[in-house]
Design a protein around this ligand. Structure first.
Ligand code: HEM
Length: 234
C-alpha cells in the first residue's frame, strides 16, 4: 500500500543507511590518512608535527608504547567496523567470535597500556594527560565488560558494551576531525587540545547513550535471538 504511513519508515531507513555509509567512509578515510602519516614515524622524524620535542624520551619506554599503538590502533578501528555489523555477525558468527577475541586482546593488552603510557607523555597540560589516560581506562573497561558478558551469554548487554567500546575507539577519528575543523576555522590555542582530549570521546559516548535511551523496542537489535553466535561462546 502506498500510504504516507508506510513511506515515512522507508525514508527513515534510507537516511539511516546513508548516515551509516557516510560514517563508514569517514572512518576508512581518516584511518587511511593516519596510516599515510606513518612516513614521519618510520624512521622517527623529530621535525614532524607529532614527534617534535619528543626526542629526549622517545628511545626510552615511549617507543615500546608508540609503535604497538600505531600497529594496533588502525587494526582495532577496522576490525571493530566488522564486529559491530549485525549482518557480518549473523552471516559469519564464527568469524565474529574469533575476531572479537582478538579485538578484546588488542584493546586490553595493547591500546589500553600504550594509550595510557602515551597519555602521561602527551604534550599538553595536566587536563590533556588526564583526558587521554581516562579514555584509555574507560576503553579497556568497556572491552572487558563486553567480553565478560559474551562469556556469560548475555548478548544484548554484550552488544551495548562493545558499541561503547567502538565509539571510544572512534575518538581517534573524532580527534583528527575536530583538530582539522579548528585548523580550517583558524582557531588556535592550548585549550583546543585539552578540548579534543575530552570532547573527542565524551561527546560521541553521550550521543550513543542518548540514541540508546530513545530507541523503541521495535528498533532494538535481535542479538539475543542469535543462537549461531551464542553457541560459540558456550
Ligand atoms: C581509545 C583508545 C586510545 C587511546 C587512549 C589513545 C591514546 C593516544 C595518546 C595519548 C596519544 C598521544 C597523544 C599526545 O601525545 O598528544 C595517541 C597517539 C596516536 N594514536 Fe591513539 N589512542 C587510542 C586509540 C587509537 C586508535 C583506535 C588509533 C587508530 C588509528 C590510534 C592511533 C594513534 C596514532 C597514529 C597516534 C600518533 C599521533 C598521530 O599520528 O596522530 N589511537 N593515542
Amino acid at each position: 500500500m502506498d500510504t504516507a504511513g508506510q513511506r515515512v519508515p522507508a525514508v527513515k531507513w534510507n537516511l539511516l543507511t546513508l548516515l551509516r555509509l557516510a560514517t563508514v567512509v569517514i572512518i576508512l578515510k581518516v584511518t587511511a590518512e593516519i596510516v599515510a602519516g606513518y612516513v614521519d614515524y618510520l624512521p622517527p622524524d623529530f621535525n614532524s608535527e607529532f614527534l617534535r620535542g619528543r626526542k629526549a624520551y622517545f628511545f626510552g619506554s615511549y617507543q615500546w608504547a608508540f609503535y604497538p599503538h600505531l600497529l594496533f590502533g588502525p587494526w582495532t578501528l577496522l576490525a571493530g567496523l566488522l564486529l559491530v555489523s549485525d549482518k557480518f555477525r549473523s552471516r559469519f558468527p564464527r568469524w565474529h567470535s574469533w575476531l572479537g577475541r582478538i579485538q578484546v586482546a588488542s584493546v586490553l593488552l595493547v591500546i589500553l597500556p600504550s594509550g595510557f603510557w602515551m597519555a602521561l607523555h602527551a604534550q599538553g597540560d595536566v587536563f590533556v594527560k588526564l583526558g587521554f589516560s581516562l579514555l584509555s581506562i574507560v576503553t579497556g573497561a568497556t572491552a572487558f565488560m563486553g567480553w565478560r558478558l559474551a562469556v556469560k551469554r548475555q548478548f544484548a548487554a554484550h552488544r551495548n558494551w562493545m558499541w561503547r567500546n567502538y565509539v571510544l575507539l572512534g575518538s581517534a577519528v573524532v580527534t583528527r576531525i575536530v583538530g582539522g575543523a579548528f585548523f580550517v576555522c583558524g582557531i588556535d590555542g592550548d585549550w583546543t587540545y585539552t578540548f579534543s582530549a575530552w570532547a573527542s570521546w565524551l561527546t560521541p559516548l553521550l550521543i550513543y547513550e542518548v540514541i540508546r535511551a530513545l530507541r523503541t523496542p521495535a528498533t532494538r537489535s535481535t542479538i539475543s535471538n542469535t543462537p549461531a553466535t551464542a553457541k560459540l561462546w558456550q
